[in-house]
Design a protein around this ligand. Sequence first.
Ligand SMILES: [Zn+2]
Length: 171
Amino acid sequence: MLRIVSVIALDLRSGVEQLGDLIAEASTIVPFTGAGISTECGIPDFRSPGGLWTRHRPIPFDEFVASSEARDESWRRRFAMQPTFAAARPGRGHRALASLYKAGKIPAIVTQNIDNLHQMSGFAADHVVELHGNTTYARCIGCGQAYDLHWVRQRFELDGAAPTASPAPTR
Ligand SMILES: [Zn+2]
């Protein structure tokens, strides 16, 4: 039987207990995670007051594709965030889910996060459904090839613009 469960508890203790019971009873769990699981890892919540998107207007994908200025701005923002993403490590929530994954209770996970922390905690990349992509590497929107961000940054800093044609992929 498929149940979609969202726990809204009156207090933290009863919420944790409810969730523990649900996990114990279920044979299979497919978690859906968002920004909250990664904030304790130093990843900012983009939508919250003071978050990146309240200070910078998000750049929609069609604008990114159509405008080289939008692409350059998007890359400048991405590189400014690089130390934050590079320093982030899985937190307690990631580790708890990874242990259920290793125990065979979680076949795959769905996430809105782009920080790669589920993979870093032990999930195989094929078992992480990333609704908004992954910001720890770049992917060619023409052919789908993945590239190392360090390479993109070097090209950006040398040429003053993001690469549009590519040499050999690094990933
Ligand atoms: Zn390509």
